[in-house]
Design a protein around this ligand. Structure first.
Ligand code: URP
Ligand code: ZN
Ligand code: ZN
Ligand code: ZN
Length: 490
């Protein structure tokens, strides 16, 4: 690996602007961005040839090698971050998910061990799945000593990792004391549970039962509940995988009232609709079983509009792969199909093709929603999500004219299916650099096990100051009164 890389002749795109400039990488960081930079002796020169040069993608929502629903996700931290690099994504924020009663610190250490094989940088949200004083204490240890600044709450998956309102309230309050951001998977788990039994008992046992048991109202209710709990407690909130108008309405209402709410959308919810569950081929239908499920088409238009208008700030994949034999655990009962779909390799191209090439997003907006906004919300900007001197050299050289037909036969993801099978996308990476290493080199994947690093995310992102000021200004003081006594006149 040469110590210097000069990316010459491209258009640098950041969330702020587009400019013709060269980019000089020294070791693991960006040394300079500017016109006509000189190449140091021995530098590798990449001719960008008019392509775009952008911050590498950050996927804020992945599940590598997750133990879930009786099996383990097939994609591990090495294969998953390698596939990410092939698609222009250079960092993933994955999830530590402790089983109920499992100490948070023990789960965290376990996931850190699994992730040592990663080929690109990564970090962890930690899920709060239960509550007691040890959880209260471990949250502080994670924030103060282990670079965790976000906690996840599953409002669904009853009987497994679901949290009730008591856990939500305790955890949101604690996160507020620590300067950490709460995130939620918003679905009313009690309703999902009831509907699952009803649908199954009505004789619907196949994957088409999955969306019937998780209608948009179930997501809308939970989104609104989490948002209102956060409002009352005076903490910001981040909604993962917002998939429907019902949840968007809750987000929009809160934002228009001035509440600090962030929302994420998955690339797949923007382009795939619920008709997939009626596929006569059981395997194909089952491969789309994820939560929240794919929705009727009109929800997609609303999600795009929300992304364009800034109601949604980030895009993710929820990359959680299960191969066909794993999905078949639910062949007689849709409730047993492990939930999850692929996509870390495809997010950038799918959003470019369907977003930038249709005039919904500018290239700068694309950078914002695929990288910079996530870096800002999770407080790692400008080390990540920026293309400027001093930033980590996580870079993608993006060829807007490169065609690719997505297929499980050619992708790098460790899954025997692709939810995007046969989709042609125009706009793909030519080169990807991960902290200065050229890990995707003109079609050749050169990732190495263990070269990815854990990224510490400090608490008290800049939005907290505003949140606290708002909380202080809305404090109500008691009324000073002379209290009546038994003798005073009534
Ligand atoms: O179906 C999904 N999304 N599986 C992964 C776990 C989650 O809910 O994010
Ligand atoms: Zn989820
Ligand atoms: Zn998830
Ligand atoms: Zn073509």
């Amino acid at each position: 690996m040469s110590e210097h890389v000069l990316i010459r002749g491209g258009t640098v795109v950041t969330a702020e602007h587009e400019v013709r400039a060269d980019v000089l990488v020294s070791g693991e960081t960006i040394a300079a961005v500017g016109p006509d930079l000189d190449a140091p002796a021995g530098a590798r020169i990449i001719d960008a040839g008019g392509a775009y040069v952008m911050p590498g993608g950050i996927d804020p929502h992945t599940h590598m090698e997750l133990p879930f629903m009786g099996t383990v996700a097939s994609e591990d931290f090495f294969t998953g971050t390698s596939a990410a690099a092939a698609g222009g994504t250079t960092m993933a924020i994955d999830f530590v998910i402790p089983a109920p009663e499992e100490p948070l610190m023990a789960a965290y250490q376990k996931w850190r061990g699994w992730a040592e094989k990663a080929a690109c940088d990564y970090s962890f949200h930690v899920a709060v799945t239960w509550w007691d004083q040890s959880v209260h204490a471990d949250m502080e240890t994670l924030v103060r000593e282990h670079g965790v600044n976000s906690f996840k709450h599953f409002m669904a998956y009853k009987g497994a990792i679901m949290c009730d309102d008591e856990v939500l309230v305790n955890s949101f309050r604690r996160a507020g004391e620590l300067g950490a951001l709460c995130t939620v998977h918003a679905e009313n788990g009690e309703l999902v549970w009831t509907l699952q039994q009803q649908v199954f008992e009505s004789g619907i046992t196949g994957p088409e039962g999955h969306p019937l048991s998780r209608p948009p109202e179930v997501e809308g209710e939970a989104a609104n509940r989490a948002i209102r709990i956060a409002e009352v407690l005076g903490v910001p909130l981040y909604l993962v995988h917002t998939s429907c108008i019902d949840a968007l309405e809750a987000v929009t209402r809160a934002k228009l009232e001035g509440q600090r709410v962030y929302a994420e959308v998955l690339a797949q919810h923007l382009v795939i609709d619920e008709s997939v569950y009626r596929d006569p081929d059981w395997d194909r239908a089952a491969h789309h079983v994820m939560s929240p499920p794919f929705r009727p088409k009109h929800h997609q238009d609303a999600l795009w509009a929300a992304l364009q208008s800034g109601m949604i700030q980030t895009t993710a994949t929820d990359h959680c792969c299960f191969c066909t034999p794993q999905k078949r655990a639910g062949v007689e009962d849709f409730r047993k199909i492990p939930n999850g779909t692929n996509g870390i390799e495809d997010r950038m191209a799918v959003i470019w093709h369907h977003g930038v090439r249709t005039g919904k997003l500018t290239p700068s907006e694309f950078v914002a929603v695929t990288s910079s906004n996530t870096a800002k919300i999770f407080n790692i900007f400008p080390k990540k999500g920026a293309l400027q001197a001093g930033a980590d050299a996580d870079i993608v050289v993006w060829d807007p004219n490169k065609h690719r037909t997505i297929s499980a036969k050619t992708h790098h993801q460790n899954i025997d299916f692709s939810i995007y099978e046969g989709m042609e996308v125009v706009g793909n990476p030519a080169y990807t650099l991960s902290r200065g290493r050229v890990v995707y080199d003109d079609g050749q994947l050169n990732t190495e096990r263990g070269t990815g690093r854990y990224v510490d995310r400090p608490p008290w992102a800049s939005f907290w100051a505003a949140q606290k000021l708002r909380n202080d200004l809305s404090k109500v003081s008691p009324v000073e009164r002379v209290l009546p006594t038994a003798e005073s006149e009534g």
